[in-house]
Write a protein that binds this ligand. Sequence first.
Ligand code: M6R
Length: 369
Amino acid sequence: DKGGWPSFMAKEVTEQPDAVANTIRGRIVDGVVDVPELTAFGDEALSAIRRVIIIGCGTAAYAGLVAKYAIENWAGVPVEVELSHEFRYRDPVISDDTLIVSISQSGETMDTLMAVKYAREAGARTLSICNTQGATIPRESDAAIYTHAGPEVAVASTKAFVAQITALYLFGLHLARVRGSLSADQIGEQLAELEAIPAKLSSVLGVGESIRTLAHWMSDTRSVLFLGRHVGYPVAMEGALKLKELAYIHAEGFAAGELKHGPIALIEPGQPVFVIVPSPRHSALLHAKVVSNIQEIRARGARVIAIAEEGDVAVLPFADEVIRIPLAAPLFEPILAVVPLQLFAMELSTAKGLDVDQPRNLAKSVTVE
Ligand code: M6R
């Protein structure tokens, strides 16, 4: 039931504040992070983990890439992120102090299932992040943390993405507590940031109207680029994936630092480029680098749409459009910055008269390798 919305996707995008709140519920008790599902491993085994490999496909893999920055920062454990199908077929080095974290909304993606089975046979411990109770991948794993985003019907993944990042962040903070890599106060600060996200998501959904205008205006665009740095990089790739699958437009996400290593050659007058701008309050350097990237592409005629936090005026002279997101700590910005990109893809698909929920050639759950 679309609940009065024009599409399941429109409904699911607006359910994101609840998806995050429901995924947090019961996992922070009296200000302490405690993910009960992780007791399956025991604190000793969790402390002994030397390496985390996150596997997934599509949007799930991008949630993993976002979480890599956070888990390494908080828990001090090296984290690699790999597409399930690449991992499975390359003889990866796996030992019993490796934890494989698979991410799958459906829990039925064959590429990810095969990778999990392979990792288990090779002696790794396996944790599944899944949105579907009783699905195959969590059943085949040593432990599962369910995201509580509710059923996701639209082929394009939205609320599952923010719920996956939430679950991975809870996992990262639980790991940091068990390993003693952060103090209780430091963990408390991050948990407070996480608990503030649902309200901020509700506020960022207010950009819908201006995104609709932008999408209408861009409905005959043939190519869109997305740039981001640090945690903004996977957000850029997710924005591009949404646009490809929903609006059938050529779209690519780049790490902003890569521009001068090739992609800047693509910039010609009128080329639309979304840029995810990191907060200047936390890293002036990172922010300055992205602003300088914006200047470089603008000088070559790009049409810049900046996603920037409230009050960041440094982008104003160089951006054609600025879409505002609420203030958040850097590691939490992706959960907010992705929303305008989801809405943009949805509105562009609608503007082109396409089927938002059921894009051509795609299935919600990819159960073949
Ligand atoms: O069910 P899964 O999370 O394992 O699905 C993984 C991908 O197939 C999925 O995220 C796909 O990329 C989406 N259609 C993206 O919107």
